[in-house]
Design a binder for this molecule. Structure first.
Ligand SMILES: Nc1ncnc2c1ncn2[C@@H]1O[C@H](COP(=O)(O)OP(=O)(O)OP(=O)(O)O)[C@@H](O)[C@H]1O
Ligand SMILES: [Mg+2]
Length: 253
């Protein structure tokens, strides 16, 4: 596969009592001892992450000593069986959930801390489940999120035109609640792209998307990461499309 965007499929590194493990190469394992400075240079750096749901007596261990290093300017494809903890990991990175123990650095800061910009305008997050307002039209949805991200109305309108066209969305006056499932997912994706964030975190953005649009979405992701300023973390069950990521990582149950 040489020539395919530096594709690397990481080997499995088994550990004791493993539930979920990130699969980083021995080369990256060295990074795990890295200095604070080094961790802050990465787009995302997760170290010794543990996360369980449920009570202490009867815990459901989802992440067990997971490590992850996402270099700036790359696409990081996160794969793994349903229920292995991808969404859990992403929601901790974006600051919606907290780890039980372990460290997360996102764009040089800790998510949820003052001044980190995470959650906030430094990241664009497309959750797996749609989280839009049904009563808003597509246009109102974009204005709402654009204003939250600190954009002015003319910037939003310009970006909206690009996104409507790029994601093949229906009329901007249609209400979100009257859109098809796939159309709603594309609106959700458009919201994540709206403010052109430094870090895009996309939880299965290509579910329900036709193959042509899926290809143009990936082309766009490759394009925005090319100059090294933007970083993308993306989960998918379509292994073929993950070929276009710079790093492919597996969470093994
Ligand atoms: N809020 C929650 N409370 C309790 N358990 C949860 C919660 N969210 C997820 N889980 C459990 O944690 C595990 C990991 O779920 P998660 O949604 O992170 O998996 P996933 O890899 O994203 O799966 P999928 O590919 O199906 O989206 C599953 O066993 C799930 O049942
Ligand atoms: Mg998920």
């Amino acid at each position: 596969q040489s020539g395919v965007m530096g594709e690397r499929v990481e080997p499995v590194v088994p550990g004791p009592d493993l539930v979920g493990v990130n699969v980083e190469r021995p080369m990256n394992m060295a990074h795990q001892q890295s200095s604070l400075w080094n961790k802050r240079q990465q787009a995302v750096c997760v170290r010794h992450a543990f996360k369980h749901y449920g009570s202490k007596k009867n815990p459901n261990h989802v992440l067990s000593d997971l490590n992850m290093t996402v270099a700036k300017g790359t696409i990081y494809g996160l794969l793994g069986a349903s229920g292995c903890g991808k969404t859990t990991l992403l929601s901790c990175i974006v600051g919606r959930r907290r780890l039980n123990t372990g460290e997360i650095w996102v764009l040089g800061g800790k998510p949820g801390t003052r001044g980190s910009g995470v959650p906030g305008k430094r990241v664009g997050y497309m959750p797996q489940e749609i989280a839009l307002y049904g009563e808003f039209s597509i246009r109102e949805t974009m204005l709402y999120f654009g204003w939250i991200f600190g954009m002015n109305t003319s910037e939003i309108k310009e970006r909206l035109q690009f996104l409507l066209n790029f994601l093949d969305l229906p009329s901007q006056n249609r209400l979100v609640k009257n859109l098809s499932g796939g159309q709603q997912r594309r609106v959700s994706f458009a919201v994540a792209l709206m403010h052109d964030p430094e870090l895009l975190i996309l939880d299965e953005p290509t579910v329900g998307v036709d193959p042509l649009l899926r290809q143009s979405i990936w082309n766009h992701l490759v394009q925005i990461t090319k100059d090294g300023n933007k970083t993308v973390i993306i989960t998918t069950h379509y292994i073929e499309e993950a070929r276009q990521a710079h790093t492919v990582s597996l969470i093994i149950l």
